[in-house]
Design a protein around this ligand. Structure first.
Ligand SMILES: Cc1cc2nc3c(=O)[nH]c(=O)nc-3n(C[C@H](O)[C@H](O)[C@H](O)COP(=O)(O)OP(=O)(O)OC[C@H]3O[C@@H](n4cnc5c(N)ncnc54)[C@H](O)[C@@H]3O)c2cc1C
Length: 419
């Protein structure tokens, strides 16, 4: 089968979804090809911009610290104006999509994690906004009997040690399980149940019977997997109760909601999506890529486009692979810039404060996000790289994963011809 598109985006993680959306808004006829769902389904569904400096120092004002990053960091390569444009784009599309993401001015917000630690992030679903916790003296921690990925006592224990929560009165309330008593449940399973009418009625009933009016409630994400926030609003309107959702262990309800929102927006904009397909080959002549190939069930399919954005993730997403002494990107076989001796790829202590060099391995690009070689020469004129496949940043150490993904996806789409 032969297809002709303005743009093919490879990879359906956060980066690929945002790149395809931004391109579709510039009227590009876009095809998204992806093998899997990417790390959105396991991550927290929040947008960390820059949460930690050297030696794990927590960052409160990310924009001030971004100015100090090395010149090969994706934020430095693209600049503060582009970062603000990308954040404004994301704020707008999530608001228009009915599942708004918000930020706290230029400051990071400290989100409550399921173990009661505080994690700096920049943008988050408005239902995660922790402000109400500061204002309320009494906080209810909600659980459900049989929940295996959220333990209210663990959260309570962690929060009571935080200076920010000194003087608060916590109360754990465990709702009865909607399923058989001996079943282990995840927040995702309950959320999926609550998405159905029967589950929504169950939740409203047990909530009314167990939670006092006008309470501040800290809860795992149980309010459905649809990105619409309607149950949260209904409970607020009926009982004055403010529910703040925390992240859970994978699968991530908050990440799955965000993925659903972005996929729905892509479909509404007419972007073609091919799922469960792996790009395995390319057609390149004189530094111009004309087509990509997928192969499944030994059948080769060819997809033509004028331009390409590669958002295949790093080693984790399947976009790159490491071999003894070398590492390369998977679709065009581009070598990653890695130290010659493999013992220099990592530090001795796995969980020490020193950053591991392998954390920032990736494809090196120019400011248009086109891959360059060690002498700075562009390798492919019409192919851009975005997200975790890029070099120059360590998302885990810096807490910048979805921030870099958002910025580079947006910038790659906006640097296409006539975008
Ligand atoms: C456990 C975990 C928790 C995280 N938590 C957070 C957090 O709280 N906040 C935050 O900001 N960031 C977080 N991150 C980081 C963040 O999720 C990623 O850095 C960011 O979303 C980058 O996504 P990506 O789309 O570039 O890559 P990925 O999410 O890895 O997506 C790559 C996609 O490309 C597809 N693909 C790969 N090769 C091919 C191919 N050949 N053909 C077709 N498709 C292909 C993959 O199947 C996948 O869908 C977390 C990451 C992990 C792993």
């Amino acid at each position: 089968m032969k297809s002709e598109y303005d743009l093919i985006v490879v990879g359906g993680g956060f980066t690929g979804l945002i790149a395809a959306l931004a391109a579709a808004e510039s009227n590009k006829k876009t095809l998204l090809i992806t093998f899997g769902a990417g790390s959105l389904a396991v991550g927290g569904g929040i947008v960390d911009l820059l949460g930690a400096g050297e030696n794990n120092r927590l960052i409160l004002s990310p924009f001030e610290e971004i100015r100090e990053l090395p010149e090969n960091h994706p934020y430095s390569l693209l600049g503060l104006d582009k970062i603000r444009q990308a954040l404004a784009f994301f704020e707008r599309i999530t608001r228009e999509g009915g599942y708004p993401y918000v930020a706290n001015g230029d400051k990071n917000t400290f989100m409550v994690t399921p173990i009661g630690k505080l994690k700096p992030t920049y943008m988050f679903y408005e239902g995660q906004r922790p402000d109400i916790l500061k204002e309320s003296r009494d906080i209810i921690i909600l659980g459900v009997s049989g929940l295996k990925d959220f333990f209210p006592e663990l959260l309570l224990n962690g929060l009571s040690r935080q200076p920010l929560f000194k003087g608060k009165r916590f109360k754990v309330i465990t709702l009865p399980s909607p399923f058989r008593k001996d079943w282990d449940l995840s927040a995702f399973e309950i959320s999926a149940f609550v998405t159905r009418d029967e589950g929504r009625d169950w939740f409203k009933r047990v909530f009314k019977d167990n939670i006092p009016k006008n309470a501040a409630v800290l809860s795992p994400p149980l309010l459905g997997i649809e990105p619409d926030g309607s149950l949260r609003r209904e409970l607020k309107d009926s009982y004055g109760t403010a529910i703040i959702e925390t992240a859970t262990l994978p699968p991530s309800v908050l990440g799955i909601r965000l993925r659903k929102l972005l996929t729905d927006l892509l479909k509404a904009k007419g972007v073609a999506i091919i799922e469960a397909a792996k790009v395995t080959g390319n057609e390149v002549k004189n530094k111009i890529c004309s087509a990509l190939f997928t192969s499944d069930n030994k059948r080769l399919r060819r997809y033509e486009a004028k331009e390409f954005i590669i958002a295949t993730g790093g080693f984790f997403g399947g976009g790159a692979v490491s071999l003894p002494g070398k590492a390369h990107e998977m679709i065009f076989n581009i070598d990653l810039d890695v130290p010659l001796f493999q013992e220099e790829w990592s530090k001795n202590k796995l969980l020490g404060v020193e950053r591991h060099p392998f954390g920032s391995f990736g494809v090196k690009t120019d400011s248009d996000l086109r891959a360059i070689d060690n002498s700075g020469e562009i390798i492919l004129e019409n192919v851009r790289f975005a997200g975790r496949i890029l070099s120059g940043y360590d998302f885990a150490a810096e807490k910048s994963g979805n921030g870099v993904a958002l910025l580079t996806a947006y910038a790659a789409a906006k640097s296409l011809n006539n975008a």
